[in-house]
Design a protein around this ligand. Structure first.
Ligand SMILES: NC(=O)c1ccc[n+]([C@@H]2O[C@H](COP(=O)([O-])OP(=O)(O)OC[C@H]3O[C@@H](n4cnc5c(N)ncnc54)[C@H](OP(=O)(O)O)[C@@H]3O)[C@@H](O)[C@H]2O)c1
Length: 303
């Protein structure tokens, strides 16, 4: 299987480059090798690689900055995605594309299902929704995987920010009225690998559509921060206080949905795939992080 991967240095892209390697030949691009803002580069890459699967993990992900750069967000998250979908269809490649909980307005009381009506409340969400719509209307073989609250050992994410703040501050204020499922990039990459391994690109193309893929369960950002602190500072005699605040006490350029919870039932029903609960994912991720730090700090002896 020949896999063209974009965004190889992003949180999900980096994990995908590793998780997909055993499945065949992965030709992975960073922005330097393939700039999605330049449509000709997309056309050139797909036509020269002629992949069986095109995995798009690149995106304009600066949610707040997007409010003042709507054209840049749209170019990468919508216009480029339309070109990718056209080119993938042309070579009959399966397009696997990542999207977001931010396509919803967060007003629903229970987790969103794939058929719920999107209604994004910020520029980033609107640009991601436009990308989804382009893929659906071009209608080549595709999977749109919507996820939420992604974290990893690299990149910019809530886990790494809280970890740093716990070392620097006596008190950390965290929003408690936005709910979602913290999801490790590694689990998403592994689920994507399982989808391809178990079902194959051709079969997945037949089951084209949109699927929600997040860790199970949900919490608030405050709950997530509290759990990070429990794992990071288990024996701390005087740990920093983690104060719950409302969204309006933490003003930001982009509005965020109150309810970001996505139901994963369709993924389980169609493919038999289910991610563990977010607490278990976080504990496993944290264990691996500690282990690799220990290895980095250890003296290595060579024979
Ligand atoms: N992070 C989340 O919480 C979250 C939640 C829901 C859905 N998602 C979706 O998941 C996907 C991956 O997100 P992530 O968290 O892995 O994002 P990320 O860490 O910000 O990675 C995105 C990657 O896209 C690349 N990129 C940006 N503009 C580009 C361009 N013009 N041409 C080529 N590459 C470009 C970036 O390259 P540079 O490093 O050079 O900028 C970066 O490596 C995205 O579709 C995102 O919308 C993310």
């Amino acid at each position: 299987m020949k896999i063209l991967l974009t965004g190889k240095n992003g949180q999900i892209g980096w994990e995908l480059a590793h998780a997909l390697a055993p499945l065949g030949e992965v030709i992975a691009f960073d922005r330097g090798g393939l700039d999605l803002a330049v449509p000709d580069q997309i056309v050139g890459a797909v036509r020269s690689v002629r992949p069986d699967v095109l995995v798009n993990a690149a995106a304009y992900t600066a949610v707040d900055l997007a409010e003042s750069e709507p054209d840049a967000a749209h170019a990468v998250n919508a216009a480029a995605v339309a070109v990718m979908a056209e080119e993938a269809k042309r070579v009959q490649a399966l397009l696997i594309h990542f999207s977001t909980d931010y396509v919803f307005d967060g007003m629903k009381d229970i987790p969103y299902i794939e058929e719920d009506r999107p209604n994004p409340i910020n520029v980033y969400g609107r640009s991601k929704l436009a990308g989804e719509q382009a893929i659906r209307s071009i209608d080549g073989p595709h999977l749109i995987l919507r996820t939420s609250w992604v974290y990893a050992a690299r990149g910019r994410n809530f886990f790494l920010t809280i970890r740093r703040l716990l070392r620097e501050k006596d008190e950390v204020r965290v929003v408690s009225d936005q709910m979602g499922a913290p999801t490790p990039a590694e689990a998403l990459a592994s689920a994507t690998g399982t989808l391809l391994r178990q079902h194959g690109a051709a079969n997945l193309g037949e089951t084209r559509g949109t699927y929600h893929v997040t860790a199970a369960g949900h919490t608030s950002w405050h709950g997530f921060a509290t759990e990070i602190a429990r794992l990071e500072l288990p024996d701390h005699p005087n740990p920093p206080r983690i104060l719950a605040i409302a969204s309006d006490q933490y003003p930001s350029p982009a509005r965020r949905p109150g309810n970001s919870c996505l139901s994963n039932e369709k993924l389980l029903r169609c493919f038999g795939i289910e991610l563990p609960r977010w607490e278990a994912c976080l504990e496993a991720f944290h264990g691996r992080l500690k282990q690799s730090a220990r290895l980095d700090g250890a003296t290595r002896y060579r024979r």
